[in-house]
Design a protein around this ligand. Sequence first.
Ligand SMILES: [Cu+2]
Length: 185
Amino acid sequence: MHIDPLEKKWVLISLGMVSLFVAIIMIDALFHGVNAPSNVETIDSRKIHLSKEFNEDNLGVQVADNGDITVRMVAGRYAFFPKQIILPTETKVTFRWVSMDVLHGVHMPMTNMSTMIVPGYVAQVESSFPRPGEYPILCNEYCGLGHDHMWSKALVIEKEEWAASRATQNAMLNTAIEDEGSNNE
Ligand SMILES: [Cu+2]
């Protein structure tokens, strides 16, 4: 079979480029730990509300003792729960998403917060928000007739303001618990 020398040259160049890209992906995945934005973590979609991590009380914004912020949300036809979250600016936030029914996607326009939510798996994405504002949380995988209405909202406020509102929330919560304690006496 005759192959034109010029064509042969370009075949070799394109094969070389493909090999280079595959090599870069392999090196990143194996030696630098760079993977697709999800961790292979499974969960039983039928029992999400009974799971320790995703029961109703645990949803929304949680702050660990070391200050790490984790947002846990459940996607289901046709909303993300809770419907609204409040986040600080310029702070790393870890999002953990699960689906209670079918395949959903989640996307916050103008941010890197975008992932598929596959039933049976926990999708995890890290993000931070440099500017305050109101960010919609949208579903971007067609999931049924109500798909157009599937959205929630994230309110991003200055981190000082966020910390202050957090402190008052905690104080209110503590007095509520104390009141309950004294009523029982
Ligand atoms: Cu959806």
